[in-house]
Design a binder for this molecule. Structure first.
Ligand code: COS
Length: 384
């Protein structure tokens, strides 16, 4: 059963996110769409503990829940999708340090994330030749006699890779072809010699977030910065993505809600205009369907979030939430653009921006096809 009533603490955190979204994030959204990194917005979010929502209070985080996190992220995404994705990846990385890290790692890496001393944190799993098949990654981590590691390889499409104070990097400590079990996780300091930023991706949406390739050329990582034991890197990545996918569902819903709201306000301002009854009904039916899909999607996101908070398995639920929410959100943005155009509404390009921003939510943190694989696998495993 989905409990639709957040706790007072969750509601309070979400209200703080909504206030910042209105006062700081929204006013810079057009500039972010023009390519400006949303520095001021991220600082404001960090000041309220919103860059490390689920991380322990003892290390500067908000110590809150996944439910609070998805509520807050939805609010921020309603105002600016670029800010929301930067916030999401930073939260996800910090959460993994809180979960798998030791006290020293939490102190050195999580606290600066939570307190806004770092602009962002990054999560580096994908590679030029390993996207959906993440377990085939080839970035190599060679252990030296003193226990440190030397990392060599490339990472691709890394959100905030050039802005991050720490890059959670998955690399192969096992033999080539050792699959998921041969992968370890490292907290890489981007100031280390051999770490460099490759090209900045030019994107149709989320233009205020930074997406880059990374090169690791003999980057030395001390043993104290391996996150957890050797060989658990794939588990770290998948654990991160379970929470991340649920959050991307919330982000997509936020983006689409803004498009729908813009459309409905535009239509409302024309309430007196005389239209043929069948045309009016066509518009009414469409906006009703759009709103209904977003509500249904939100319930799936909430259900996945609540299971995570209850420490219940939620891989399948997160995949369902992501695939349904991102596809619903894309549908809503597309319909909003069509209706706004048909009705001749002027909206300062907000709906078109939402459509451009929302598209990648069906791709990153696992494509819709990957989510369907995850869901089907679990169904088939339970059937056998
Ligand atoms: N949580 C914890 N552990 C998990 C897990 C999860 N959600 N999913 C898988 N694992 C573990 C498995 O239990 C297995 O462990 P053992 O070897 O000890 O049994 C191991 O990881 C390998 O799992 P699996 O065999 O399912 O791995 P696959 O290579 O078949 O993975 C998918 C398949 C498609 C699910 C995976 O590669 C994936 O998610 N790809 C998309 C990657 C992605 O989202 N990239 C975006 C990057 S961020 S923009």
């Amino acid at each position: 059963m989905v409990d639709l009533h957040p706790s007072a603490e969750e509601a309070g955190l979400s209200a703080r996110a909504a206030a910042i979204a209105r006062s700081v994030v929204l006013p810079q959204a057009a500039a972010a769409d023009g390519g400006a990194f949303p520095e001021a917005a991220l600082r404001a979010l960090a000041a309220e503990g919103l860059m490390a929502i689920k991380s322990p209070r003892a290390f500067g985080g908000a110590g809150s829940t996944q439910v609070a996190y998805v509520m807050a992220l939805r609010e921020v995404a309603t105002a600016c999708a670029s800010t929301a994705v930067t916030m999401a990846v930073t939260n996800m990385t910090g959460e993994m340090i809180g979960l798998f890290g030791d006290t020293d790692q939490r102190e050195r890496w999580l606290r600066p994330i939570a307190q806004g001393q770092m602009e962002a944190a990054a999560f580096a799993l994908s590679e030029p030749s390993a996207g959906s098949d993440a377990a085939s990654l080839v970035c190599k981590a060679t252990r030296r006699d003193d226990g440190s590691y030397v990392l060599d390889g490339q990472k691709a499409w890394i959100t905030s890779g050039d802005r991050a104070g720490v890059v959670l990097t998955m690399a192969r400590t096992g033999e080539p072809g050792s699959g998921a079990r041969g992968i370890s996780a490292f907290l890489v300091d981007p100031r280390a010699p051999g770490f460099s930023v490759l090209r900045h991706e030019s994107k149709m949406g989320l233009r205020g977030s930074s997406t880059v390739g990374l090169s690791l050329d003999g980057v030395v990582v001390p043993e104290r910065d391996r996150l957890g034991p050797e060989g658990i890197g794939f588990r770290v990545a998948m654990t991160a993505l379970d929470g991340g996918r649920c959050a991307i569902g919330a982000q997509a819903i936020g983006i689409a809600s803004a498009a729908l709201q813009t459309l409905v306000q535009g239509l409302g301002s024309r309430a007196g205009v005389d239209r043929a009854q069948n045309l009016q009904q066509m518009v009414d039916f469409r906006i009703a369907d759009m709103a209904t899909r977003l509500e249904a999607a939100w319930l799936l996101v909430l259900r996945a979030a609540q299971r995570k908070d209850a420490n219940l398995p939620m891989t399948r639920e997160a995949a369902m939430a992501k695939v349904f929410a991102t596809e619903a959100a894309h549908f809503v943005c597309q319909r909003a653009l069509e209706l706004a155009t048909a009705q001749g509404l002027q909206d300062d390009g907000r709906i078109a921006r939402a459509l451009r921003d929302v598209r990648v939510s069906r791709i990153y943190e696992g494509t819709s096809e990957v989510q369907r694989i995850v869901i089907a696998r679990e169904l088939l495993a339970n059937a056998s």
